[in-house]
Design a protein around this ligand. Sequence first.
Ligand code: MZP
Length: 511
Amino acid sequence: MATILADTSRTFSEYLLIPRLTSKNQQVEAVDLSVPLSAVEKNQTPRFRVNIPIVSACMQSVSGTNLSIALARQGGLSMVFCSQPIDSQVEMVRQVKTHKAGFVQSTSNTTADTRLADVVETMQRSGHSTIPVTSDGTASGKLVGIITDQDFWEFEDDLENLVRDHMTAMGNVIHGSEGITLREANRLLHQHKKDCLPILDKSGNLTALVFKKDYVDHQRHPLELLDESKRLCVGAAINTHDYRERVPALIAAGADTLCFDSSDGFTEYQKEGISWIRENFGAEVVIGGGNVVSAEGFDYLVEPGGVDFVKVGMGGGSICITREQKGVGRGQASALLDVAERRDRYFEETGRYIPLCSDGGLANDTQIVIALAMGADFVMMGRYFAMTEESPTPKTAINGQMYKPYWGEGTHRAQNWQRYSDEMSSRKMMFEEGVDAYVPLVGPLSEVLETTLYKLRSTMVNVGADNLSAFRERAILTLVSEQSVVEAGTSNVFQFSRNRELPDGDWGGGS
Ligand code: MZP
């Protein structure tokens, strides 16, 4: 007969952390959130680290170009989805890698013969107060001047006047030459007390703009995740069908990590894929594998020549119905605890540390904290990012509230890539393992993440830890009864408001 595990399948919300001694010198701001993303030998430096323990899911409605740029700027990493043609995934990776933080292409331009009235209209529409004036009105035309909202008075000057009569003409425009470093560009802005610096090529054509506000922004985000060439870092998802073509293209485009995207990674298909990548690209490439929910699955993927990190989780995702549809999966906390225990033993036995990623089902900041305490080095989330301004889907108004579409990779909508059935890859998907839904829009990623990370650092201080490895070591968790969950909420009081969160403390109504 079947083996029945003695343990109940448990979720994160069933656990609480016990506070430990906090020393006087522990400061929330000083807590280090960086973690390795590559396997690391004892006392060695990992080949790849992230500055915050958060990555975005390999999903169409999550990890596009804008989100990848926004998350890397905060210190995390996106896994650009592979349920798309190789060319378009490669283009997304390339756009992140070539995104020159600080150098932007001008999106509002005009010509010298344009009326001020049209410039006012452009400024109002775009929200831009500085407009380059080029020979042909394009972002790459010859620069002939700059016009700003300081160069005319909208209600005093005749708006039929032409731009040429008000602009700062080229002879007086402070500019940089193509090839200038961001540091030099910022020095020019500072020296000349300017807000915007146009960058020109040898022929005087406009190539980019550098803004003082972006410099300030950069100073506010010191955790930006950059490679050795100071380019933003980005990961890329891969599948077990076309890795022979996809992987070389992604590596050539500069992807910093690869990550198998599969709900069940405990398969010979994945093992073959990992071996093929190691044989063809060596031990340096950072490869993530999974998903698994047991020690047995972990062992299979990390055998010599195996993966760098292992993703844990099956059926817990907010849009996932795998457990209902197929009866496979495991409570996320039980899965993580089982795999983390095995990972720690594996480290003792071999001296090789394998980072773990807790993937899916995180419904609020507390659950991120518990996942990291239980042994995850970092977490992967879909819904959390789908709700931000930067996710790739359009904003949609429903009953006066703003939402964004969010769908699973196991839906018909994403089905072309059939990640759910390797053995049936050429057949039509027979049933869905995910749903097509909407999530509330919560605002820019930087704002949401700031709160999450502050809470995480604050809890780590409660436990007396100033980095995530110490946090795992020191964490003592207790199971909670239903009554203590009730006790944890407010009681017998009437609340008028409770900051940006919904009453149940979730980011958007539970999972
Ligand atoms: P969540 O953060 O929205 O709760 O979960 C995101 C995770 O759900 C993904 O990283 C992936 O592992 C999983 N996922 C994606 N699509 C499906 C599906 O269609 C799914 N069932 O389970």
